[in-house]
Write a new protein. Structure first.
Length: 192
């Protein structure tokens, strides 16, 4: 016991301690996505394709597919934003896309938010969603739908509820990924 009392304590350097690191400023600029951002956005998204069930995509998206999506969303006037570090690193992104292709659905969109690994747990998802909602209102959109996996997405569900999204339904066993069945939770927010 005496030996343990006098043994030197190992501590992380001050700048790496959680209580200090959490206080460090997290700087970024929020702006519209540019075509030059797409390789970085593709990498963020494809990480989730390969490693999680937050997206039901099973195949990585190509840069050509991201370009097509980018130009389509721009043509539709849909918000597609990113948070960029002072060094120019893409930290995360958020977008909305048409809920359905039929014209009657033109004021209803589905949102998506993805963060790079180094950007999680810092409130960036909250900032992206808030800005996305503001831009959707400015674009004249009226309803936002969030389709969230029913397993392992508690933080996403809480985030959306914090912004006034209400659960409107659940669909069980509609996706099959990583050798298991997955369902979805649908949430909706009115922008009127």
């Amino acid at each position: 016991m005496l030996e343990e009392e006098y043994a030197p304590r190992r501590r992380l350097p001050r700048h790496l301690r959680p209580e200090i690191a959490a206080e460090a400023p997290f700087e970024y600029e929020m702006r519209e996505v540019r075509a030059t951002d797409l390789p970085h956005i593709r990498e963020i998204y494809n990480y989730f394709v390969a490693n999680s069930t937050v997206t039901f995509d099973e195949d990585a998206m190509t840069l050509a597919e991201w370009r097509d999506k980018f130009y389509y969303l721009n043509k539709q006037g849909m918000p597609f934003i990113t948070a960029v570090s002072p060094a120019g690193q893409i930290l995360g992104y958020a977008l909305v896309s048409p809920w359905k292709q039929k014209r009657a659905y033109r004021f209803t969109v589905e949102n998506s938010i993805y963060l790079g690994a180094a950007s999680t747990g810092k409130g960036l998802g909250r900032e992206l969603l808030g800005e996305l909602i503001r831009r959707c209102k400015a674009a004249g959109l009226k309803e936002i739908i969030a389709v969230i996996a029913d397993q392992g997405a508690d933080a996403s569900i809480k985030l959306h509820r914090d912004f006034g999204f209400e659960e409107i339904g659940r669909m069980g066993k509609v996706g099959f990924k990583f050798e298991r069945w997955l369902g979805t939770i649908l949430l909706q927010k009115s922008l009127k």
